[in-house]
Design a binder for this molecule. Structure first.
Ligand code: ADP
Ligand code: MG
Length: 449
């Protein structure tokens, strides 16, 4: 019997991930069988509840598979000796089990952080659409319009956060739902192992049979990996046919991923494509506020603006910067102030103010398009200057703290609605026009130097 349990533990490790395995599965012992039931010994009640709730199904399935029989599974709690069946009625208890709550960092879904949720995702114009699409997929998984959901955009712009949020939201609503999250790299490695150790049936169970929703992060990694792409294609077909939800992320659009099989590309494109853009100043400040609140760090609006301005849309570095600030405040027992921030963040934030000004931006845009600054700033409606002008307005809006009326003044005294409209238009176009996106990114790189 011990061999059976070791084998089952091996599969569970594969199926639930090493982290879950070490915490929850490894400590379980199998007791000598009594009659027809398999008895598993767990350290305490809290433990039993958690394992039963989260891994009961997996344990039972794996045991049945190895034993080739549907034997009942019972847990025995080591500290009381009480027994009860995995899915049997709960005996009355004098002690309330402590229930782990989401956000305490306990593993609920392997690989998914419980603290990346929709609640703490800051929505701005830059990610509004991706956020809405992710919520829609989480609320009605498998619905054709959002299946698959393909979220794309630059690094650190919240793609993985949204993916985890989908998983967590579905789990919160229904704790029986099977969420599988892997990076494309993990998927590849698991496939290689499965092929090497002849465990393909397990691999297919895990990715085709088991999930109600499959989340695959960073699929650009699959570029040129033919065997993995083939497997993913069949995985997709299988899940899709059965109405299961699939979500992908990548740093670019499917058609911009080099060496992606056409049939996989068309599948990726067949549902909803949603992008995440770098946050504008307001959203950046809001994200900063959210993160500092989570970290119980109180920042003045002035300090928030200062940090956000220096990070220039780089959300990924934000947490590091805030951690550093928090450590400095604790260590030196000081209040967070601009002075303290200047002093202690010097090494990680650009020292000199890097905030761009409108003139610099307009100049760069003009030289990129080979136009005169006066034409870009001016009011003539020539076709060849209108687009560059809108791009310039958009970039000024995103990279400076100027308001719409301020920008209107810079551009020959236009009213704020014109500027607002131009910015909105560019933002919308960036979602679907890869050429424009390239242009804007190139200009941004020229600006940052
Ligand atoms: P990506 O997967 O697009 O590279 P991540 O989802 O890993 O980016 O985001 C990087 C970090 O920034 C994470 O800590 C994430 O929580 C945070 N983040 C990004 N966008 C937002 C947002 N809109 N609201 C809150 N946090 C965000
Ligand atoms: Mg990511």
């Amino acid at each position: 019997m011990q061999d059976v349990w070791s084998a089952v533990q091996g599969s569970l490790r594969e199926r639930l991930g090493p982290q879950n395995y070490e915490i929850w599965i490894e400590p379980i012992q199998m007791l000598p069988t009594s009659g027809d039931a398999v008895r598993l010994r767990v350290p305490n009640r809290y433990y039993r509840d958690w394992v039963r709730e989260n891994f009961g199904k997996a344990i039972t399935e794996e045991l049945h598979r190895y034993l080739q029989a549907r034997v009942p599974v019972e847990f025995q709690v080591a500290d009381t000796g009480t027994e009860d069946a995995v899915d049997g009625a709960e005996p009355t208890e004098e002690l309330e089990p402590i229930r782990p709550t989401a956000g305490r960092g306990l593993p609920t879904i392997p690989g998914v952080s419980a603290d990346k949720t929709f609640r703490n995702f800051v929505v701005g114009a830059c990610n509004q659409f991706a956020h809405a699409a992710a919520q829609a997929a989480a609320e009605a998984p498998g619905e054709q319009q959002y299946n698959p959901l393909f979220i794309y955009g630059g690094t650190g712009l919240g793609k993985t956060h949204l993916m985890h949020a989908i998983g967590n939201a579905m789990r919160e609503r229904d704790d029986q739902v099977n969420v599988v999250y892997v990076t494309a790299e993990q998927f590849t490695n698991e496939l290689i192992d499965a092929l090497r150790y002849r465990r393909m049936p397990d691999f297919r169970d895990r990715f085709r049979k088991f999930p109600d929703i499959l989340l695959i992060d960073d699929v650009q990694f699959l570029s040129g990996k033919d065997r993995t792409q083939e497997e993913l294609f069949h995985t997709f077909e299988d899940l899709y046919k059965r109405g299961k939800q699939i979500v992908f992320t990548a740093d670019v659009l499917p058609r911009e991923i080099e060496m992606l099989e056409p049939r996989l590309r068309t599948r990726c494109e067949s549902g909803m494509l949603a992008d995440t853009q770098p946050p504008d100043m307001e959203t950046m400040v809001a994200i900063l506020r959210q993160k500092s609140e989570d970290m119980e760090l109180q920042l003045s609006p002035e300090l928030g603006q200062w940090i956000a301005g220096r990070l220039r849309g780089n959300v990924r570095e934000l947490e590091g910067v805030l951690n550093r600030l928090k450590a400095a405040i604790r260590l030196h027992k000081v209040e967070p102030s601009l002075e303290v921030a200047r002093q202690h963040l010097a090494g990680i934030l650009p020292e000199a103010p890097t905030a761009l000004n409108a003139d610099e931006i307009i100049q760069t845009v003009s030289s990129f398009y080979g136009l005169k600054v006066g034409d870009v700033k001016g009011t003539r409606r020539l076709k060849q200057v209108v687009r560059p002008r809108h791009v310039a307005m958009y970039l000024v809006r995103t990279h400076t703290e100027l308001s719409f009326p301020d920008i209107g003044r810079v551009f020959g005294g236009r009213d704020h609605a014109t500027v607002q409209h131009a910015c909105k238009k560019i933002r919308a176009l960036l979602g679907k026009d890869a050429d424009l996106r390239n242009t804007v990114e190139t200009i941004e790189r020229m600006l940052v130097r």
